[in-house]
Write a protein that binds this ligand. Structure first.
Ligand code: NAD
Ligand code: USQ
Length: 383
């Protein structure tokens, strides 16, 4: 099966492309490398030194004998997109190629507009390309758990049955996202749902939680295949940041009260979830939604777990409740379903088992690369 991984130079995409290639899929990577440019413009860098994409792919080929096709360009440019699709001829398109940071999207008007244009137009272009030339192709689109927000009722997988004035219907689950980035994912979901309905396309929206960890079987094969690990206040996510903060002796930056609860998953489960979705395509006309996370934690719980694991490794880990730069509930009900991927065979890795240690060891190994000025958050939701 031929799988095109859009955004395949990024954190989730790189690990996924190698995983699928290792499993025998014919893989192509499409990426405009804009994330490397955004890092450079912000003056931030991944903790781990990532090699240029050509070097990464050459090393992969030398090690495994497997070739991965590469298309460098922007999915917002329709001519480039359609030519790449014609050349590769995918059975599945896995779409990771978006601006994915909530703080980045909240910097100012320009960054909000850029995030929504990049994400919404890119996805629309893919939908039109599929309609015109690849109607049987299965779109596996990365959405986010943050599309739902934090409602005071259980979160279902994409749809909810509603009874209203004596009548019943199954409707898209209400969306209450918390940033212009998360909103871009909601807009994508609506567009994909509509395209499936009117053109009979097939799509799976993977509402992924926060991904943690850096090692997968494939990215651990060689130093040149190492994955990115962001720790800065814009692109770094909570648990990855906490581990790196612990390694450099910086107090863990829990925003506000720390009762913000989220779904999380190990990057080793991200790659497996994508493989499961690709292997079990949605039916034509079906817009399917899976919640892609394995465990729920509050940020306060995460900080306590990092403190415990760090202390066991001889670190002195403090927790600091810093003023919350975001506008969000800091204590709330959160109970989300996640049975669909488990039913299809996902066997989760659990945070308590070993990952925390391995993530901390990684953070220690590369801590000399940390820029201490990039730890505290600089972007506010309020301005
Ligand atoms: P990332 O920034 O590491 O990777 C995204 C990649 O997409 C980058 O290599 C970038 O250059 C590329 N890209 C962006 N816009 C593009 C465009 N217009 N054309 C071509 N390529 C483009 O992000 P990530 O952490 O790997 O996230 C991947 C996807 O998964 C995103 O859609 C994100 O919303 C979703 N997601 C990520 C997480 C997480 O914790 N990292 C959690 C849930 C969902
Ligand atoms: N937080 C802290 N301290 C920090 C960083 C974050 O307390 O140092 C808190 C935030 O206030 C928030 C929670 O941790 O309440 C999650 O923040 P995050 O930066 O880890 O994750 P988020 O902004 O939600 O975005 C990340 C990815 C995004 C993905 C999303 C999945 O960057 O691409 O869509 O996780 S989810 O959160 O399920 O929507």
């Amino acid at each position: 099966m031929k799988v095109l991984v859009i955004g395949g130079d990024g954190y989730c995409g790189w690990a996924t492309a190698l995983h699928l290639a290792n499993k025998g899929y014919e893989v192509g990577i499409l990426d405009n490398l804009i994330r490397r440019h955004w890092d450079a413009k912000l003056g931030v860098d991944t903790l781990t030194p990532i090699a240029p994409i050509h070097q990464r792919l050459q090393r992969w080929k030398d090690l495994t004998g497997k070739h991965i096709d590469l298309y460098i360009g922007d999915i917002n440019h329709y001519d480039f997109l359609i030519k790449s699709l014609r050349d590769f001829g995918p059975d599945s398109i896995v779409h990771f190629g978006e601006q994915r940071s909530a703080p980045y999207s909240m910097i100012d008007r320009e960054h909000a507009v850029m995030t929504q244009t990049n994400n919404v137009v890119g996805t629309l272009n893919i939908l039109f390309a599929m309609r015109d030339e690849f109607p049987d192709c299965h779109l596996v689109k990365l959405g986010t758990m943050g599309e739902y927000g934090t409602p005071n009722i259980d979160i279902e997988e994409g749809y909810i049955e509603i009874e209203h004035n004596g009548r019943k219907d199954t409707l898209p689950y209400p969306k209450q996202p918390g940033s212009f980035y998360h909103l871009s994912k909601v807009h994508d979901s609506h567009n994909i749902h509509f395209a499936c309905k009117i053109w009979g396309l097939r799509a799976t929206d993977l509402n992924q939680g926060i991904v943690y960890g850096v090692l997968t079987e494939e990215t651990g094969m060689d130093e040149l295949l190492v994955n990115r690990l962001d720790y800065d206040g814009v692109f770094g996510t909570a648990l990855n940041r906490f581990c790196i903060q612990a390694a450099i002796g910086h107090p863990l930056t829990v925003y506000g009260k720390g009762g913000q609860t989220r779904g999380l998953l190990d990057i080793r489960d991200t790659v497996r979830c994508i493989e499961i979705a690709v292997n079990n395509p949605a039916e034509p006309g079906n817009f399917r939604v899976f919640n892609q996370f394995t465990e729920l934690f509050s940020v306060g719980d995460l900080a306590m777990m990092v403190k415990k694991a760090g202390t066991a490794m001889g670190m002195n880990v403090e927790i600091d409740n810093v003023a919350n730069p975001r506008v969000e509930l800091e204590e709330h009900y959160f109970n989300a379903k996640n049975t669909k991927l488990l039913d299809l065979g996902l066997q989760p890795h659990f945070l308590s088992d070993s990952l925390l240690d391995s993530l901390l060891h990684f953070a220690v190994k590369y801590k000399h690369r940390v820029d201490h000025n990039e730890i505290l958050p600089k972007v506010s939701w309020r301005r």
